[in-house]
Write a protein that binds this ligand. Structure first.
Ligand code: ZN
Length: 362
């Protein structure tokens, strides 16, 4: 049985171990030790990803394993988190994030597994990946070696809002790194230079950014360049992105952005570097998909009505789906993530753990 007190304590213990992205060593060891105490074979890799396998109990030898995933890293400000439990909710003291994104997912998995193991319940073989550096661009998941895993289906416990939501679709994400190289000159002799900044400005007025259609967004989020007030800027770098749930639209809008820059540079004597890097690939499932139905069924069993959504954000699920483990994301109850007002209702944390337990029950 899910033990609320134990679950809350696990969550409080987890958030009080500093785990900003890239510094997940201590929390990874904590999670691995906890899983080993439940009979798992658990390992921590060089990126601080934790992987663990727990054999099935009371099921056929060849029962298909279930893949479970959450991530340990927190966004800043994430050091010295002081969780406060009050009024049925857990929040930070307001100076840091809470870290429920995604330590609520981690705590739910640990409690769900503990409940199954300690109560000697029938359950499927479990393959667990607790990843690091998710917030840095799914770095842990991308780097994780899955060769020891055999699961073909799984669930990512890393979605916002009350337990019950299933993410059916997520976009493909292109990263854009644009550099315009002109020529420096004294500002009093501008004719001797090529102004990279005005070229960039011209390109940006032609480039379509923002919400481009129902599936697609584009953004330039950073501009770097220039050396002094009295120097014609030689080099301007722009950092941007395009994301779309539709691959064709993504390609079309990425091409259009490149064209805007190519046009702006043309005939100026400046050089353009337009680098496109694929961050991750899209996925999309229907409500009648077998895995979606399986998760919906489990939600109903714990008294929740499944709701469905499409997201414009990436998650580790994008990586697992690309690597051959069919995976969907479920909500775990956290609210206002990536802010110092982040909180989670205890009742949702309990439901998230119940969902882990129910999905893993044979
Ligand atoms: Zn997250």
């Amino acid at each position: 049985m899910i033990n609320e007190q134990r679950l809350v304590q696990t969550f409080l213990d987890l958030v009080q171990i500093d785990s900003p992205s890239g510094d997940e060593g201590a929390i990874a060891e904590f999670v691995a030790a906890r899983l080993r105490s439940l009979g798992a074979e658990a390992n921590v890799d060089a990126l601080y990803n934790v992987t663990a396998k727990i054999p099935g109990n009371g099921v056929k030898q060849n029962a298909k394993p279930l893949f479970l995933n959450a991530h340990t890293d927190n966004v800043a400000p994430a050091r010295g988190i002081k969780p406060i439990v009050a009024g049925g909710q857990i929040a930070s003291d307001g100076t840091t994030v809470l870290g429920a994104d995604d330590l609520a997912g981690v705590a739910a998995i640990l409690e769900g597994v503990q409940s199954l193991v300690q109560d000697n319940q029938k359950h499927l073989p479990l393959e667990i990946a607790i990843t690091a550096q998710e917030e840095m661009g799914l770095v842990g998941a991308k780097g994780l070696n899955l060769s020891a895993f055999h699961a073909k289906e799984g669930v990512v416990f890393d979605g916002g809002g009350p337990v019950g939501s299933i993410t059916l679709a997520a976009p493909t994400h292109n990263l854009l790194d644009v550099t315009i190289i002109g020529k420096a000159a004294h500002s009093a002799r501008p004719d001797e230079g090529v102004n990279a900044l005005t070229i960039a400005a011209r390109a940006l007025t032609q480039a379509k950014v923002g919400k481009l259609d129902k599936d697609t967004t584009a953004n330039f989020g950073m501009v770097r360049g220039g050396n002094a007030r009295n120097i014609v800027p030689e080099k301007i770098e722009l950092v941007g992105e395009v994301r779309s749930r539709n691959e064709k639209k993504l390609e079309r809008h990425t091409r259009a952005l490149k064209q805007a820059f190519t046009k702006a540079v043309k005939g100026t004597g400046a050089e353009l570097e337009f680098r496109v890097t694929r961050a991750y690939n899209r996925y999309e499932f229907g409500k009648n998909d077998r895995l979606v139905k399986r998760v919906a069924q489990a939600l109903k069993k714990i008294g929740r009505t499944p709701t469905y959504r499409a997201t414009m954000g990436g998650s580790d699920a994008n990586i697992w789906n690309a690597k051959g483990i069919k995976t969907i994301v479920v909500s775990v109850g956290y609210e206002q993530i990536h802010t110092t007002s982040e909180y989670i209702p205890v009742a949702e944390l309990v439901k998230a753990a119940e969902l882990v337990e129910t999905l893993a029950s044979a």
